[in-house]
Every structure is written in structure tokens, then in C-alpha cells.
Design a protein. Sequence first.
Lengths: 326, 364
Amino acid sequence: MSPLLQGMVTILIGVGGCVGYFYAANLLLDRVIFPPSGRDPGRNISRANAVRPWLFLAPAMAALGLYLVYPVVGSFWRSLYNRDGGSFIGLGNYTDLAADPAFRTALFNNLLWVLVVPAASTFLGLIAAQLTDRIRWGNIAKSMIFMPMAISFVGASLIWKFVYANEADIGLINAIRAGLGFQDPIDVIQIPFWNTFFLMAILIWIQTGFAMVILSAALRGIPDETIEAAILDGANPFQIFFRVMVPQITGTIVVVWTTITILVLKVFDIVYTMTGGNFGTQILPSYMMSYMFKDDGRATAVAFVIMLIVLPVMVWNILQARKEMR
Amino acid sequence: MAGLTLSGVGKSYGAVEVLKGIDLEIETGELVVFVGPSGCGKSTLLRMIAGLERITAGTLTIDGVRVNDVPPAQRGIAMVFQSYALYPHMSVRDNMAFALKIAGRSRDEIDAAVTRAARRLQLEPYLDRLPKALSGGQRQRVAIGRAIVRDPKVYLFDEPLSNLDAALRVATRIEIAQLKEAMPDSTMIYVTHDQVEAMTLASRIVVLADKGVAQVGPPLELYEKPRSEFVAQFIGSPAMNLLEGAISGTGETTEVRLAAGGGTIASKVPTEPGDKGRKVRVGIRPEDMEATDGEDYAFEGRVEILEALGEVTQLYFERADPEADPVIAKLAGVHAGLRGKTLRMTADPGRVHLFAGGRSLLWR
């Protein structure tokens, strides 16, 4: 079977299965288990209605339990065992992590990523949203900025490998350098410390589009009158933007910011593809990958550390998002 | 010198003209109300004065200075929006202080101005609250306070009471009237679709219709001497009754024979001998209609619907032509038994208007 056909069959089975499940489950509930007949039909109807939500929730709960709750518990349990899972070593993996300088480098780099990427993406997205809002070719510009969102992290990394390539004929950076008269090409992803920022640029490039789309919608939701009132109050465009518009969408900005933060803590592909964690660019997810299948105990311990770091950001994100919806 | 003049002012969006040839002189200290049907451009005109819409034709001057191309903030105007347009993230104090902060005034100056405005509008207890913690009436007072703080030459109000409930609307209307009285030197321009607001607040009313000014004058002049059928029907509620007829007698007092019903009615609107036989429409306000037994009457008909409001009774007459506008009479007091009765209605000759071709014969 061709992959295309395979995909279509999968979609058909998936969607058809969902529809079929809800239809059949409802039918079973209403006709067989609690039919609206017999001695007390009213009670049967209310019983059926009490059961129905659980019926609808059941598949989702089963899937979440199987693919989220069980892995969390299982991972934690695995992280308490040694390399091959043969013997229980308690928190041994965690103490080893704390003692490993490579882990500390990854933690420090990850901190940089968390500080820079969400801030830069959100800020650039906000500026892009505002600047593209009122111009004729704004929508074209928006599509261009949004397009990287559609590229996988690995794909994006490959594109940027060309940008950073260590040869003036291929690499954009070195081509510009050559154009400016510099002789020898440089390998930007080997420059210590700064190379981390060059890797961040890839994720910023991808995430700016996301931030722009969400913030653009938020900016459009601001009542025009408040902006007109600010014009009458004598505010210049910068004051209007930063003192009247941005404060009105802080909630959305926080949601975008935290969403990107959570993503940053999970992305390993870019580092993995670009440097494989070499040249001091390691971050936690790629550090975890480097131990996977070699020392699953330690890899799951790293996974757990990442989860603990993401959790508070996630909680805040959800709280903010809920507040926005109200 | 006029506080604000518009000469030949017009507005078009591309090829679509929404306002044209508007000439208006507004004296310092006046409260002018713009009224008109929905979409007549009254809010657009106000926004053009504010500088939020570009003026595409004509000249606007404030205090004798042409301000067509002057940025809104430097025109010496302040505007109160229908939706209040408060900055939701700022406290009441900051909302009122914003313009002065932008203008770079000293802190003492700002504090003094805000405190003064807050005291005048009884907003002192709420200065540190956010707008969302205020009621609609309080929010509107903050919006007015924001205007006062700037001490503008001209205040612009864009339907400021439309978002308030009926009781609050009356209270706030009176507050605005008092505010005007306390600031006799400020000019105010007020847009509304509410006749009561227009009649009670205005020193002059500007009726806008058909891209231009239909009539300008003190409220009662518009009520008593409308220049056109449009103004006659727009001012007053229910709208003025219009009945077809032809002039049968001319002079100081004009006699009109009505097309339907065959009655004759006198009007104090003078006509010339040449007008004899001219087709006119007789305008009588519902509140000027009175029942009569005589042979001179404007309308005869059966009462189809009767609305007893206690203070007045409104009678809706059956019309032979169902397409015709209803004829309505508004009688003082209670008249419960009139439903289904056939009545002859007439009016005092001094209160009978005559229109030809839509224009009043009084103003030709």
C-alpha cells in the first residue's frame, strides 16, 4: 500500500472509529442499559444523562492514562534503577547528574534558551503583528513570517546549516563576510558560548510566526476607542503602542511567552541536528538523548528533571489562558 | 468671534460622499447638539472636528485658527466616547492624568488637576480603582473627568449616554447640564439620537440629513417652525401627521381643503393669491390635534388603536389607504371610551404647518 493510501485509510478508520464509538455507546446506553420505558422511564433518562459524560470522556481518559500518566509514573520508577534496569539504586542517577559537569553545562545553556528564545520570539512577534496590521501587503508579510512554523525542527536546522555553512559559496553568513572583504570563512557554530545563540536563532525564527499570529488577533481585539482616546490625549505612536495597546494584551503576551517557554524546554532536535551537543551547546533534552538506549536510568532521570522545570511554567500558562478566556 | 466654524466642510470615502457643504458657526460657550437619523454622518462630523477623521473638503477653524491639518491633541478639544474608551489597565487617577503626563506636565500640576476634576464629578473615592470595578455611570463620569482635566476649548460628546440605563441617563444628562452651567466659557458639541437629550441640553440643535444640515436653531424653533417635512417629523414624538390637501383660500390665514375626508382647515401660515389651488401637505403634531363637532376639520376617522398612558391618551386612526402613514392624536388625560368611535379632528390655526415639495411655506 502506498503511504498516501495508508494515511487516508488511517484517517478514515480513526475518524470513523470515533463516530462509531459515540454512536454505538449512546445507542447502548439509551436503548439497552437505561431505556426510557419500563416502570420509571424518567429516572432512567436522568441516569442515562448522568452516565453520558463519562461515556464521552472515557476514550480520552484511557488514552491520557495510557500515554501520559502511566509513562510519568513508569519513567520515575525507571529513573531509580541502574543502567540496564537490573538493580535499584534509589536517587543514584540524580546524584550522578548533579556531579556531572556536562549536565551543568546543559542546565546553564537551557537557562539561556529559556531566557532568550521566548523573550525574543514574543517581542519580534509583537512588533511583526503591529507593523503588518495596517499595510496592504501585511498579509503576505504575515504568511512569510508564519511559514517557518510549518517546517519541522530538523528541517529548519538543515536550512540553517546552509546559512551557517563554513564556506562562502554555500553559507549566507560567510558569503556576507566574503562580500565585506574577509578572507577566511568561519564556522559560526563552533564559536564558544555565542554558538548557543546562533542555535537559538533557529527556534526564534520558527516561533516568531506563532507569537505574531496570536498577538495579532489580540491586538485586533483592543477597542479602537481606547486608541482614539490616546490619540486625542496626545500620545505618539510609540506611546500608544507601549502604554495603551501592549498593557491591554498582557494576558495574551504571558500565554504566548509561557507556551514558547514550555516548547523551549522540550526541543532537542535543533541542537541534536546542528551540533549533536558538541562545542558546548548541550541542552537538557539533547543531553537526555545522548544517554538514551545507553543508560536509560540516567536518561529518564533527566526527563524527570525537565518535567519538574516545565511543570510550574505549565501551571502558570494554563491559569493565564483560562483567565484570558473569561 | 465664533469659537468654531465649519465652512463648506465635506467628507468622502473615495467616491462615496457622506457629508457635503456644511456651514456652521458655533459661538464660544454654546452647547450645540447634532441630531439626525442613523447613518446621517453626525458622528463622522464630530470625529472630523476631533481630528479622528480627515476633512476632505472645506475648512474647520477653532478660535479663528484653521485646524484642518492640526493633530487632534493640539486642536484644544477633548472627546467623550459612547463606549467611555477608558484605558482598562489604568486606575481612574491614571486615566485622567494620562494626557497631562504625555504633555509632560509637572506632578503637582497633574495632581491638582485630577483632584479638582475628581471632586467636581464626585469621583474622589474611586481614584485608585480600575475602570472594571466601576458602574456604567461612574465610568462615564471618569470619561468626562478625563476631558475636563485637559481644560479644552471645545468638548465633544459622542452619544455619551447611550450605554446607560434609563434612570442613569436622566441623572447623567442633568449632570452634564450642570457641568455646562459651571463652565460657561466652554463650547460643547454633543451628538445624540435621543430627542429628549437634544431638546433639554442644547442651546442650538443641528439637524443633519441627506449629507448636509437640514436646519439649525434653538430647540423650540425647530419644534415650532420646522423648515421641512423632514425636520418636522424628526423632532417631536410621535412624529407630526402629514395630510394631503390643496390651498383653497389665501391671505394672512390660509385655508386648505383636504384630499381625504373633504374637511377644511385654517392655518396661520400666510400665503399669496398665486398659491391658490397649490397642492400642499398639512402638518399637525399629534399633541395639537383636538376633537371637534364643527364642519372645519382636518381629518375624520375611526379610532383603531388606543394607548392609555395615564398622562396622555394616544389615538391611532384607521386610514382608508393602508399604505398611508398613520394619523395619531395625543390627547391630555384619560379617554378610555374612544376606541372604535369615529372622530373629527382639528387644530389651532397657529399650530397648523404647511409644506409644499417637502419645504415649509413659512420659510420660503
